[in-house]
Design a protein around this ligand. Structure first.
Ligand code: PEP
Length: 250
C-alpha cells in the first residue's frame, strides 16, 4: 500500500521538565520558525507543563501531546487524566501503550486500545506504541509479536479519524542500542502491510514512527528508510540542539 502519511517528529519528555525548562521550548519554536521543517514537530511534556508548552507553541509551529490518558472521560480516578482534559490543555496527540506503561503499570493491549479510543473520542490523535523485547527479537518472533500488539491495541477508525503507530523495540529505549537498518525496514514494512490489511484506505494516512535511542548521529539513516515516517524521541528530545538536529535530518 502506498503511504501518504505525514512526517512527524515527536519528543517524549517522560517525567522530566519543570517551569525553568520552558525556555528550551521558546528556543525550539524560534529555531523552527527559521527552519520551516518539512515535518510536523510535537512535544509531549509532563502533564504539569502541557498548558504552558501549548501556549508557547508559536501558533502551531509545534504541536503538543500527553504521555498517557485514562479510558474514561471523567470520574473518580484519583491521579489520572482524561483525554478531553489533555485536549483542553492544548494537546493534539497522546502517547498510549508506551513500553514503560505496559511494563511498570501492567497495561494490556486491551487497555491500550481503550485509551486510544478515548483519545479519538476527545479529538486527539493517539500515538500507539508497540515493540518487542530483546528475547523476542533473539527468538525471531519480533514481527509476530508486533502484529499481535497491533491486533490488540488499535481501535477501529471512524471516518475522519487517524492514529500514529510508534515502533519502539523495548530493548532500544534509553539504552543506546538500535536495531539494524534492515530490521527496522522489515518491521516498518510489516506494519505498513498490516495497516493495509486491517485499516484499509485510512491506513495509508497512518504515520509509522521509529523510537528507541534515535540520536543526531543515527537519525538521518533511520529516517531515510521506506515507511519510517518520523520518530518518537525520548532522551534526545530533552536537549534542544539534539532534537533540532533530528528534525533537520527529517
Ligand atoms: C521513548 O521513550 O519513547 C524513547 C524512544 O526513548 P529514547 O529515545 O530515550 O530511547
Amino acid at each position: 500500500m502506498a503511504s501518504s502519511a505525514p512526517k512527524l517528529i515527536a519528543g517524549n519528555w517522560k517525567m522530566n521538565g519543570v517551569k525553568a525548562d520552558l525556555a528550551e521550548v521558546e528556543t525550539l519554536v524560534q529555531a523552527l520558525g527559521n527552519l520551516a521543517p518539512d515535518c510536523i514537530v510535537a512535544v509531549c511534556p509532563p502533564a504539569t507543563l502541557l498548558q504552558q508548552v501549548s501556549a508557547k507553541s508559536g501558533k502551531g509551529t509545534i504541536k503538543t501531546g500527553g504521555q498517557d490518558c485514562h479510558v474514561a472521560e471523567k470520574g473518580a480516578f484519583t491521579g489520572d487524566i482524561g483525554a478531553a482534559m489533555l485536549r483542553d490543555a492544548g494537546a493534539s496527540y497522546v502517547i498510549v501503550g508506551h513500553s514503560e506503561r505496559r511494563t511498570l503499570h501492567a497495561e494490556t493491549d486491551g487497555m491500550v486500545k481503550a485509551k486510544a479510543r478515548a483519545a479519538l473520542d476527545a479529538r486527539l490523535t493517539p500515538i500507539i506504541c508497540v515493540g518487542e523485547t530483546q528475547r523476542e527479537r533473539e527468538n525471531g518472533v519480533a514481527v509476530t509479536v508486533v502484529e499481535q500488539q497491533l491486533n490488540g491495541s488499535t481501535p477501529a477508525l471512524k471516518a475522519g479519524e487517524t492514529m500514529v503507530i510508534a515502533y519502539e523495540p523495548v530493548w532500544a529505549i534509553g539504552t543506546g542500542l538500535v536495531p539494524s537498518l534492515e530490521d527496522i525496514a522489515e518491521m516498518h514494512g510489516a506494519i505498513r502491510d498490516w495497516l493495509g490489511r486491517h485499516v484499509g484506505e485510512a491506513g495509508a494516512q497512518v504515520s509509522i514512527l521509529y523510537g528507541g535511542s534515535m540520536k543526531p548521529d543515527n537519525a538521518r539513516a533511520i529516517l531515510a528508510i521506506d515507511d519510517v515516517d518520523g520518530g518518537l524521541i525520548g532522551g534526545a528530545s530533552l536537549k534542544v540542539e539534539e532534537f533540532l538536529s533530528i528534525i533537520r535530518a527529517a
